[in-house]
Design a binder for this molecule. Structure first.
Ligand code: APR
Length: 254
């Protein structure tokens, strides 16, 4: 049995916390692959999350993202988000890199979060790319499964789109540069609640490992790990992260 302890965490010079949908799951935010529940279940998420889908039926795509945004507005950061924000107060340097498009890390107190896949809270014009200047009415709860006509750009009258990265689109260049720099500089990386299926984001933990950082996976499923400085902590992020901060030793089989 090998133990990964809080001490290892607190001795780090620069910690990177790399998160996926699993860190928000316990706030009630469906992960991407189970986001289409109920009346949305008749759609394939990968088919909705594309520029082509928006061109073909902007109201359907906008309706789905507004439904997802309403879920985020109704949710609260969970103990994992709060533990990550607390950890930043206990180590010299901490960088949060997320694949999530919600703002739960920010609402838990994390700062300068790097959003590799954009954000539900940064809508912009599909035509001229200017950020949307209007306020999205958070009160008119989008009905599940219903289309919603997107608002129009105040400058060019183009249709407003979600500020997320769709399949087939490039990641925001600055976010990707910052994420790579942090992965290559850190000496410890926590990879929390991600399936590691989507590129290039999934390269971040590998970049850190290649530079000799310790990598710790936190997931419901065990991760295959190699060598002395890669670990797999199996369980719920909202239980494991507070446990680590509370000094709990996570015992596990390597
Ligand atoms: N605690 C820890 N891990 C969890 C929890 C939890 N409470 N709940 C789920 N998980 C794990 C699942 O086991 C899974 O490995 O979180 C992971 C979620 O995987 P995905 O749904 O594939 O989400 P993610 O890895 O973030 O997807 C990456 O792909 O779908 C696109 O753009 C989308 O940003 C997303 C990207």
């Amino acid at each position: 049995m090998i133990e990964f302890q809080l001490q290892t965490l607190l001795e780090a010079r620069h910690v990177v916390v790399f998160t996926g949908a699993g860190v928000s799951a316990e706030s009630g935010i469906p992960t991407f692959r189970d986001a289409l529940t109920g009346l949305w279940s008749r759609f394939d998420p990968a088919a909705l999350a594309t520029p082509e889908a928006f061109r073909k039926d902007p109201a359907l795509v906008w309706g789905w993202y507004e439904w997802r945004r309403s879920k985020v507005l109704a949710a609260s950061p969970n103990a994992a988000h709060l533990a990550i924000a607390e950890l930043a107060r206990r180590v010299p340097k901490l960088t949060v890199i997320t694949q999530n498009v919600d703002d739960l890390h920010e609402r838990a107190g994390s700062r300068d979060v790097i959003h590799l896949h954009g954000s539900l809270h940064a809508p912009r014009c599909f035509a001229c790319t200017r950020p949307y200047a209007g306020s999205l009415d958070p009160l008119n709860e989008p009905e599940e499964g219903r289309s919603l006509e997107p608002p129009r750009c105040h400058r060019c009258n183009g249709k407003i789109r979600p500020g997320v990265v769709w399949f087939g689109e490039s990641l925001p260049a600055q976010a990707w540069r910052e994420a790579m720099a942090a992965a290559e500089d850190c000496d410890l990386l926590l990879s929390i609640g991600t399936s590691g299926l989507v590129q290039p984001a999934a390269q971040i933990p590998r970049m850190a490992r290649a530079r000799g950082a310790t990598v710790v996976h936190v997931n419901l499923q065990p991760e295959s790990v190699e060598g002395d400085n890669e670990f797999s902590l199996v369980g719920r992020a909202a239980e494991i992260l507070p446990g680590l901060l509370g000094g709990g030793e996570k015992k596990y089989c390597e």
